[in-house]
Design a binder for this molecule. Sequence first.
Ligand SMILES: [Cu+2]
Length: 168
Amino acid sequence: MARLSNLLLVVLAAATIFCVSADVLSYTATFVQCVSNASCPQGNPGRFNRTFALNDIVSPNLYLMVGDQLEFKLAVNVSIHPLTICQNSPLPKFCQGSNGTDVLNVPITVAGQTTSTTFTTAGTYYYGCNYHPGMGATITVFPNSVDSSSSNRHSKRAVAARFGARHQ
Ligand SMILES: [Cu+2]
């Protein structure tokens, strides 16, 4: 019986640590003007000169920790620009043409829609338009190491906060 309660304590402690370390980073996404070879992401088609903005910041790179959930809330209709989160996308595609196992969320096109993904592995990921290149940016997911509660983790968080993420 004592052994069982010890096990329960360990499980509870692990769950608590996980809850503390994992965040939901929620962004409101819009689709805005950008300037070719300046504020537009690499590869952006000149005929559009538009890209996604997250919390009014033009296509920011995002920084997350393993276990974090990334959530996009679309505030505008983007019928021909499905907002997608993906992996294995060569630059400057930012998810253009991604399908199958490379798409990590349900792409969204209608104002009011929400979509998300939870990152379980460290690495480089992307978000952007599923149909066109250069309409997104990179997502860097850092390993959630034992010492991740150190200043290193806080500095990564500070970077994320600078880009207006709302931590829940
Ligand atoms: Cu597009």
